[in-house]
Design a protein around this ligand. Structure first.
Ligand code: SF4
Length: 433
């Protein structure tokens, strides 16, 4: 029904999986992440599954779904708010009250205390975060429960608890002369609620790609070292930018004793990096940057800090999705941009800023497998169920987990990013209806 947007570049775009032209319900009952960048990642058995979508939504045309969503929104009025992540497809973004990255949407979810329901068009960990921060009685709805995140799934609570026990055995728990504890946990927003709760219980904090540097500064004031999970690349790129030597950032592979590092390496560590990654951003390479520069002299290369370190080092700039958007919006002269982030966002930037030439570094159209799961058919379904007085696909975090996760999230929300020209709040798409 929906096809992936055409890539804006000089060469014809290839697609990473022909299945992407189909509705995601074709994959929802099959274990795994489905077509897209995370196709080869291993989904844990505990990954949420989505039940069958009623045929009337699967068989509706794009125009019919658009009309049904619009009618349901009108019927619900201000009782519901729709949040959309930058990586969502255009047909979803068109219905979002707020568009932003995970940090901005976490904030936006707190600005709608009167809404009975928050429909989160993003992935599972984002909906969990919204539920943790939601007001009592507010329902957070994920239109497709199979919209997880393969990176988030690379760290689970049992593995992190096990790592923590090994590190405590090595370091002890006594603070140093400056009052800094041996190690503090920092989890990327892209993690399950029980990992955020772990951080809350152990003096730690959550970060996003918008505020990772601020959060690491916060952590280094309180600890000699940081255990950073699940994204090794964001941890490494951020710590390197702050002057931490690479040799003081050992990797923690949860399948190996001491994470596969030596005791000496861990004692000397400043940041211990979990062996996780984003399969969307792992696709970007230095070779792609070289080819972009050869084909487009003067091109401005901006990549996301979930990209591998050599790619971030070779780029002109690296920053969160919000940074990338603001950098493009702030360019006063026609500019050629090569962007290293998810294809839906790059295509939207290209359409929104036609005065610039904007293309994705990766010549293959390969969206995030899980963001792709949020299809207008699912959005129409959850909204029409609300109109009928039924709440489906509610994401609920247990109270005890939520209480501890809230501690870590509130530390993050208090640790605001340093003011820069590219830092701003969520993009409000008109008044909340
Ligand atoms: S882009 Fe990467 S980190 Fe973001 S939801 Fe998709 S797999 Fe997860």
């Amino acid at each position: 029904m929906n096809s992936v947007n055409l890539l804006v570049q000089s060469e014809p775009a290839a697609t990473c999986a022909p299945d992407l032209a189909q509705g995601p319900w074709d994959f929802d009952t099959v274990p795994g992440y489905g077509p897209g960048a995370s196709l080869g990642d291993v989904a844990p058995p505990s990954a949420p599954r989505q039940g069958a979508l009623p045929a009337e939504y699967r068989e509706s045309s794009d125009d019919e779904l658009r009309a049904r969503i619009t009618a349901a929104r009108e019927a619900l009025g201000s009782r519901v708010v729709v949040l959309g992540h930058f990586y969502q497809r255009d047909e979803i973004v068109a219905h979002a009250d707020f568009l932003g990255d995970s940090f901005q949407l976490a904030n936006a979810a707190q600005t709608v205390p009167d809404a009975e329901a928050i429909v989160f068009c993003g992935v599972h960990f984002m909906a969990e975060t919204a539920d943790v921060l939601a007001k009592p009685g507010q329902a957070v709805i994920l239109p497709n429960l199979a919209a997880g995140c393969s990176m988030a799934d690379m760290a689970d609570i049992d593995s992190v608890e096990d790592a923590w026990a090994q590190l405590e055995a090595l370091y002890g728990t006594e603070p140093d002369a400056d009052g800094r504890v041996p190690v503090i946990p920092v989890t990327y927003m892209n993690s399950a609620a029980d990992l955020k709760a772990f951080c809350g219980r152990h003096g730690g904090i959550v970060c996003t790609s918008s505020n990772a540097e601020t959060v690491l500064e916060w952590a280094f004031e309180r600890a000699q070292r940081v255990l950073f999970f699940p994204d090794q690349h964001l941890g490494r790129n951020t710590a390197k930018k702050m002057g931490v030597p690479i040799e003081r950032m050992p990797m923690w592979n949860p399948r190996k004793p001491l994470g596969g590092s030596t005791g000496d390496d861990l004692l000397d560590a400043r940041v211990i990096l979990w062996h996780g990654f984003c399969s969307v951003h792992k696709r970007f390479t230095v070779d792609q940057i070289d080819r972009a520069r050869a084909a487009h002299p003067g091109v401005r290369v901006i990549v996301h800090p979930e990209c591998p370190m050599p790619v971030v080092d070779a780029a002109d700039e690296a920053g969160s999705t919000d940074y990338i958007r603001k950098a493009v919006a702030g360019a006063t002269e026609p500019t050629t941009f090569a962007i290293g982030t998810e294809i839906n966002m790059v295509n939207r930037l290209a359409a929104e800023f036609p005065q610039h030439t904007i293309f994705c570094l990766d010549p293959v159209v390969c969206p995030c497998s899980t963001m792709y799961r949020i299809h207008p058919g699912y959005l129409a379904w959850v909204l029409e169920e609300l109109v009928a007085g039924r709440t489906v696909n509610q994401v609920t975090v247990p109270d005890d987990v939520a209480a501890d996760a809230r501690v870590a999230l509130e530390r993050m929300l208090a640790a605001r990013p340093k003011p820069t020209p590219t830092t701003a709040g969520p993009e409000t798409k008109g008044a909340v209806r």
